[in-house]
Design a protein around this ligand. Structure first.
Ligand code: NAP
Ligand code: 8YV
Length: 331
């Protein structure tokens, strides 16, 4: 502790468990306090005035009340493209930039969205169990599944990842329509002004918006009813975007045909009612979880921190920073 206090390296608070390939270079360059605010509040109170940086993942919480304790805070670096757990308004009030890792994970997240679509429609997890349990020989072939190629895809959120999903789906001969805050005429896909209008026109509805207040329960009972008994919901965005209780009810009642989910409202807790459903394929928030992509995300998160403390321009600040204090070039 005394040695850490004397170090000239900037102090950084890690607000989530960081992977070793980020923790190691971070520890080399900074004095890192690993989740001390959670494990030892008294010790945290002693080092809090020295903390100049915060580092976490896409699911990390960096609320106003935490920033209030960090009088010397200069930067929040998130290893993830989503930063809905960060109170960006509170950071901007303090002229603290928030950075994230856009672009480097698009391929992986799009790959998982497509994988979930095939998994739930072709019932791949059930088929795997069918073979392992020796049922093939006894019961014969499995019931027929739902064809994906050529089906109608609706994308809720046609940003970086949404567009990567669209380009993959085109290779499967799917028709593509979308909703977003604004139409993107240049892309040549059909725009619908709401998720409900889009859901009524498609077989597969993939959700890939940011989380947070602006998208909370964007997918509600009405959208699920519009998707209908032959429709499938895929959510690789944030659990908060889908009304999970309404989704469970729709899956139980057969209001929709199935769901492929990577994210949940209260992670890592997934309701027993959802886990019990045979028409849902569930993955544990792992869309970007390949060695290659997580390394690229870690590199970018570190690059933002080192650039800031070297007085250089940030590699990837969030748009709110660029539209506000960042526009004045204070980085
Ligand atoms: P992005 O490029 O910023 O795209 C976001 C899209 O969502 C944009 O098209 C935007 O519309 C749209 N959108 C925002 N608010 C909306 C609303 N209220 N209604 C309808 N559409 C809305 O972001 P991205 O890089 O594609 O990432 C999207 C999100 O995916 C992240 O924020 C994160 O939460 C999630 N994610 C999850 C994982 C995972 O592990 N499962 C991994 C990575 C990312 P406009 O284009 O009109 O502004
Ligand atoms: C990761 C994510 O789970 O980028 C995001 O928004 O949700 C995911 O890539 C997370 O960020 C890992 O730290």
């Amino acid at each position: 502790m005394a040695e850490a206090a004397l170090s000239t390296r900037p102090h950084v608070l890690a607000v989530s468990k960081l992977p070793p390939f980020l923790a190691k270079p971070l520890n080399d360059a900074f004095v890192v306090h690993d989740r001390l605010h959670q494990s030892d509040p008294a010790a945290f109170a002693r080092i809090a005035p020295m903390v100049r940086g915060v580092c976490g993942g896409g699911e990390s919480q960096v609320p106003r009340v935490l920033m209030d304790q960090l009088a010397a805070l200069e930067i929040v670096s998130i290893m993830g493209v989503g930063y809905d757990g960060v109170d960006v308004a509170a950071a901007l009030e303090r002229r603290v930039p928030v950075t994230h890792t856009p672009g480097v994970l698009d391929d992986d997240v799009a790959d998982l969205a497509i994988s979930l679509m095939f998994s739930v429609a072709r019932r791949i997890p059930q088929a795997d169990r069918y073979v392992r349990e020796g049922r093939w020989a006894g019961e014969g072939p499995m019931p027929l599944a739902r064809k994906v190629s050529g089906a109608r895809l609706g994308i809720v959120g046609l940003g970086r990842i949404g567009q990567a999903i669209a380009s993959r789906a085109q290779a499967f001969g799917m028709s593509i329509a979308y909703t977003a805050r604004g139409a993107k005429p240049g892309l040549g896909f059909e725009f619908y002004p709401s998720a409900r209008a889009l859901a009524a026109q498609v077989d597969f509805l993939v959700v890939i918006t940011p989380g947070g207040a602006g998208t909370r329960h964007l997918i509600d009972a009405g959208v699920l009813a519009a998707l209908g008994p032959n429709g499938y919901l895929i959510n690789v965005a944030r659990g908060s975007v889908v009304d999970e209780a309404a989704l469970i009810q729709a899956l139980q009642a057969g209001t929709i045909a199935g769901a492929g989910l990577d994210v949940y409202e209260k992670e890592p807790h997934v309701p027993e009612a959802l886990r019990a459903l045979d028409n849902a394929v569930l993955t544990p928030h792992m869309a970007s979880a390949t060695r290659e992509t997580r390394q690229a995300m870690a590199d970018l998160a570190l690059r933002n921190l080192t650039a800031h403390f070297a007085g250089q321009p940030l590699a990837s600040p969030v748009p709110e920073w660029l539209a506000g204090p960042g526009r004045e070039g204070t980085a």
